[in-house]
Design a protein around this ligand. Structure first.
Ligand code: ADP
Ligand code: MG
Length: 240
């Protein structure tokens, strides 16, 4: 579903992705971890071309993400993105936040979009917040709205960039539980996170990045019990 081949990216002189190769199958859950500044956000932002690349190739469902012929709106409709900062529209209700893109991009009938939004709010366990405004919600609730908003486009892939790192500790699990549910339903997911409990429970593969390079990848079992690279070992010793 996602093919990342020999990808390089520079920000000016800064070589931030160095020959990244990664294939992700339909239904796979891949966790990416690594020190701050190692290129994790940049890598997943390249998947839906929030960032362009200078070398290599990224294919999503066999569509070349960086081809000038690619319809970006159509591509992004297939890929949900959940950010660390929830990025909800504060002046719109929860329901309006969720129905906006399906109505505008998918041309969904507004009534139908509302029904779908309510279904999704049940799924993320906050159906009672449909008419609230984001600033009235806790961080954990806002992040669950952001997930529902992503799902409303019926994406084939969900990307998560440190979805729980802006949350107070007591709210982390309510978000991770929703993500675990999605993983079990077979969603293809790429998740940048340092929540290693999540990785152990639902990841098919864990990837460690450092200084723009994909250093090590393995099953969670092997990755945590038997890390091979010294940098991986050092990183794990700091976060576990
Ligand atoms: P991570 O998510 O692993 O913390 P990032 O992908 O955010 O790492 O950053 C990788 C490198 O790219 C860092 O050196 C960072 O300073 C740089 N970088 C990230 N975004 C930008 C940007 N928009 N402009 C210039 N440099 C950037
Ligand atoms: Mg980041």
């Amino acid at each position: 579903m996602i093919k990342i081949e020999h990808v390089h990216k520079w920000f000016g002189e800064n070589h931030v992705l160095k020959d990244i190769n990664l294939h992700i199958k339909k239904g796979e859950v891949v966790v990416i971890c690594g020190p701050s500044g190692s290129g994790k956000s940049t890598l997943i932002r390249c998947i839906n071309r929030l960032e362009p690349i200078q070398k290599g190739k990224i294919l999503v469902n066999n569509v070349d993400v960086n081809s000038p012929k690619t319809n970006l709106t159509a591509l992004r409709a297939e890929i949900g993105f959940v950010f660390q900062q929830f990025n909800l529209y504060p002046h719109m209700t929860v329901l309006e936040n969720i129905t906006l893109a399906p109505i505008l991009v998918r041309r969904m009938d507004p009534k139908q979009a509302e029904e779908l939004a309510m279904e999704l709010l049940h799924k993320v366990n906050i159906p009672d917040k449909a008419n609230a405004y984001p600033p009235q919600l806790s961080g954990g609730q806002q992040q669950r709205v952001a997930i529902a908003r992503g799902l409303a486009m019926k994406p084939k892939i969900m990307l998560f960039d440190e979805p729980t790192s802006a949350l107070d500790p007591e709210m982390i699990n309510e978000v991770l539980d929703v993500m675990k549910g999605l993983a079990r339903e077979g969603m293809t997911m790429v998740v940048v996170t340092h929540e290693m409990g999540f990785a152990k429970e639902v990841a098919d593969r864990v990837i460690f990045m450092d200084e723009g390079t994909l250093i090590e990848e393995n099953t969670p079992q092997e990755f945590f019990n038997n890390p091979k690279n010294e940098r991986t070992k050092l990183f794990l010793s700091k976060i576990l």
